[in-house]
Design a binder for this molecule. Sequence first.
Ligand SMILES: NC(=O)c1ccc[n+]([C@@H]2O[C@H](COP(=O)([O-])OP(=O)(O)OC[C@H]3O[C@@H](n4cnc5c(N)ncnc54)[C@H](O)[C@@H]3O)[C@@H](O)[C@H]2O)c1
Length: 255
Amino acid sequence: MGRLTDRVVLVTGGSRGIGRAIVETAVREGAAVAFFDLEEKAGIALREELTANGGRVVFAQVDVTDGQALSTAVADVLAAYGCVDVLVNNAGRNVYADPVSMTEAEWDQVFDVDLKAAFLCAKHTLPSMIERGGGSIVNIASLHAKLTCDGMYPYAAAKSGLVGLTRSMALNVAKHGVRVNAVSPGYIRTALVDEYFAQHPDRDVERKALEVHPLGRIGTAEEVAEVVCFLASDAASFVTGADWAVDGGLGVRFA
Ligand SMILES: NC(=O)c1ccc[n+]([C@@H]2O[C@H](COP(=O)([O-])OP(=O)(O)OC[C@H]3O[C@@H](n4cnc5c(N)ncnc54)[C@H](O)[C@@H]3O)[C@@H](O)[C@H]2O)c1
């Protein structure tokens, strides 16, 4: 028996990176998995790979900032699987703006993906959880919710908002047996972090980042996925409203 046997897990941004690892880990733990992503080709390839190995997986190309498209896509998941037990709000993006030149439209694009989408996905999946008297939501926030670095304005604001949303929602739905937690990764080796290193003006930024990690390395997407699947499972039945760091100790470092 896996930790998520007979559970239905919905993951956003599941085609690559941390989301992909969450999809793979949930399938390995026995769940039926649905995932949404903008990236259709990678999504279909992942679905094909996992179903060929006996996994129960559905994929839909959905922009999670589009409430109408989400409503339809969640209805399709409910038709396919009958319920949603676990929602993982993972889709997100980086931002490298500054407070003067950033336009209102750019601000909205960031907050739509990194914050509003979590509200929208919960809005459409919570009725299924409430009806069944239980469920679990895991929001992928970031170490930036606590500590940030120059050049990533206003990513910290969006991810801090997501941790606040986690607390707020946890209190609101606890009476229905639904738990809501955040996971805050530090540096995890994905395309997003490669993009951060590549756009940084300091060519030595990757080596400097490695140097300050107490565990001496950057994390893997699988290491985040393990914590997400633990929080989603009954093993974490008394955990709600929490923000779990998966950062190799970076977030406790003073000097
Ligand atoms: N990689 C890190 O070091 C790190 C650190 C802290 C937090 N995070 C967070 O973890 C999450 C995943 O990051 P990652 O590194 O795997 O990124 P990634 O860019 O590799 O993957 C993100 C996925 O989300 C999808 N996506 C983006 N916008 C979408 C939208 N509007 N609708 C549907 N899908 C969308 C992308 O297509 C992509 O497949 C993000 O929320 C990110 O902010 C990552």
